[in-house]
Ligand binder design. Sequence first.
Ligand code: KIV
Ligand code: NA
Length: 265
Amino acid sequence: MITLQKLISMKGKEPIVMITAYDAPFARIVHEAGVDIILVGDSVGNNVLGYKDTLPVTMEDMLRHVQAVRRGAPDAFIVADMPFLSYQCSADEAVLNAGRFLKEAGANAVKIEGGSFFAPLVERLVKCGIPVMGHLGLTPQSINVFGGYKVQGKDEKSAQFLIQEAKALESAGVFAIVLEMVAEETAKAITESVKVPTIGIGSGRFCDGQVLVLHDVLGLNPDFLPKFAKRYANLYEEALKAVKTYILDVRSRTFPTEENVFKRG
Ligand code: KIV
Ligand code: NA
């Protein structure tokens, strides 16, 4: 199993590869493929549970999915996303909720969205033995404040702001920072400003690592692919074809065949 120290030491040497997974079979696949980190993202909301954003996702949803991912990938380094309102209300509640991911679901770390405002919480979680990954730029739990999925850090002022936010998280003790939809030059500047690795999604080529949503990588959502994502397969089409063939087989009595049946005696 990859360790926190190994991940941190990869900065400046080799890219860190992170991908999301939400269930046991896909966790097994991404781990066997060799990713460095599995993120059980609250993007389970849009990608699996059918919500339009991540806001409705609950602690119970997340725990169930982190448990499934751990069962599918017993040796993987798993980061659990803390869902909306599981860490914003009070530090006590945040510690309890974050701790549940380690205690009840076998996660290795948690991820929270936000910058300096959450630095005291990050410090407290780390002191309690809970490694924390930060998340800056477009933070989807604040979509109602942002007013849309807009690129962040597009001018010098917002770039400087994000650099300060990243430094605050680093001082508080995060072991890595996700940068989401940050202008490439700004993501590069942030990456050069902190000693912990940055892991980008839609944040250009110069982050220390990359993360993508598994369902985008596999082509499971035919309706939409973000500009920053890349489809490496078209499983939607594959799955559609498979089920259509099954339907044809049953209707034409081509399935089951002799080899699928049980006999008496
Ligand atoms: O929930 C998620 O998938 C994420 C990644 C986009 C970083 O937070
Ligand atoms: Na997330």
